[in-house]
Design a binder for this molecule. Sequence first.
Ligand code: HEM
Length: 413
Amino acid sequence: MAENTTGAGTAEEMPKYPSPRAAECPFAPPPGLLALHDSGKSVRRVETWDGSTPWVATTHAAQRQLLADPRLSANIGAPGYPHTTEAMKEHAAEMQPSINNTDGTEHQRWRRMLTSSFTRHRMEKLRPEIQQITDDLIDRMLAGPNPTDLNEALSLPLPSLMICALLGVPYEDHDFFQEHAGVTNARFESAEKSAETTRVLREYIAGLIEAKMDHPGEDVLSDLAERVKAGDLAMSEAAPLGHILLVAGHDTSANMITLGTAVLLQNPDQLALLRENSDDPKFVANAVEELLRYLTIPHLLARRAVVDDIEIDGEIIRAGEGVIAALPAANWDPEAFPEPEKLDLTRKAGHHMSFSWGPHQCVGQQLARVELHVVFSTLFNRIPTLRMAADISELKFKEDSQAYGIYELPVAW
Ligand code: HEM
């Protein structure tokens, strides 16, 4: 890779971002990204798909500093915002303001709508239901064809059923909800089909919110109904917010289950350790943090536009320029995690960046944690002979997708 010692050199000298993963180490971040640690700079310019040259922050310390800085904006329409894809760039101007793309007090207002819904206490109350869903899905998997694709059997249905529980979707609507949630997250659906599904789901969510105004339960849509009733939130804002929760919490969790399972099956010593300690909630919780660190599912996040000049590590990042906090690089920063390439379930990894940092850090992280604790303490005990039914070299990894993962994971037992 060409070396750019100034941090602001010409486009020809700049590393490309993102760079490819190494086929022999599909669980590791791209070698080109990790090599940026050796440049001695915590931020540097890179060239992206459209020829633009945003800054990439690679160290844990620089990312924490930048993501907490109010001079960075999550507004995808702001000048310099480093878009991930052409489609995202094209649609930036039409994007409705919501929790994921606003800043400052406007963003705080959106967060407030969800804080009481996502407390650790509320998430813990969902644990028995998540355990039941996981056990039922494993029962169904064991009764079905062997081998099978873990994505279809467990990783995809679990988050959508879990979000049903969180939002308060009635049990009789689960099939409808899961079918549409699947389309929302499918890679090969046309833009028209996705738009139609979004419309149908939002209409459905709006209907539920209306019903919950008169008959509230202890769920997120009931909380939103109360906000709408109190005049804090318009219905036109509430239904899309419910939809964002569905999208944000589906693919990330599903990929974490599949990729986490695959990496454990590839590391039998760590898997044995997890099995031995699966009754110890502290051990499992710690192991999940390490898996989150090691794998960094949101591998292409977190992106911002700079609205006022910032000086960091001797560089000036100007207003109108883009910043990408390359989360996998922070999670494999040897200053923050010694021997980062080692999967070590006993490592204290709670300061990882997989839920990002600053005002936009993941709203659903406590829920994701409960779900992952349940899955990783249950799956290998219920199916002690679980193994991969394909060679790792045959698996197709999601390099091009917002959430890193594996398209299909054939497993046998
Ligand atoms: C393993 C699972 C998950 C991972 C790795 C993950 C990761 C992330 C990351 C990295 C961000 C921040 C992006 C940025 O800084 O630009 C984020 C934001 C968000 N996540 Fe998650 N997430 C997960 C699960 C969930 C779940 C289960 C939900 C809800 C049901 C959820 C809801 C959200 C929402 C609403 C935001 C936007 C917050 C804001 O912009 O203020 N996530 N997530």
